[in-house]
Design a protein around this ligand. Sequence first.
Ligand SMILES: [Zn+2]
Length: 130
Amino acid sequence: MNWFKQFMAGRYGVDPLSIALLIAYLPVTLIAQLSNLKILNLLALAILFVSYFRIFSRNIPKRSQENQKFLLKWYPVKNWLTLKIYRIKDRKIHRYFKCPNCEQNVRVPKGKGKIRITCPKCKKSFVKRT
Ligand SMILES: [Zn+2]
């Protein structure tokens, strides 16, 4: 294991972008194998190559910059996905409405019949069945 530590010294290593590339490689190579499309095989290899190139790269500032750009695009997607998953888990207990005035999302308990909801942001109220 010592040789590996020495080999990785001064190299960039694994970051979220490399992991995302490795994850993207899996479906692409699977589809390439199933469809027998050479271009997809090349794409899968290119993804794998870029990922390993980044991990073993010695140009740390450049790789870090690439990762920052990736994270700026990834975080909104991740937050959106996290919210959707949370709402799916929460759907038996709560209902979500959008305030007709300011578009603020409002969470209310489910099964309370027709209720008047007051928006926490703009204080306007609206009636919905929960
Ligand atoms: Zn509102």
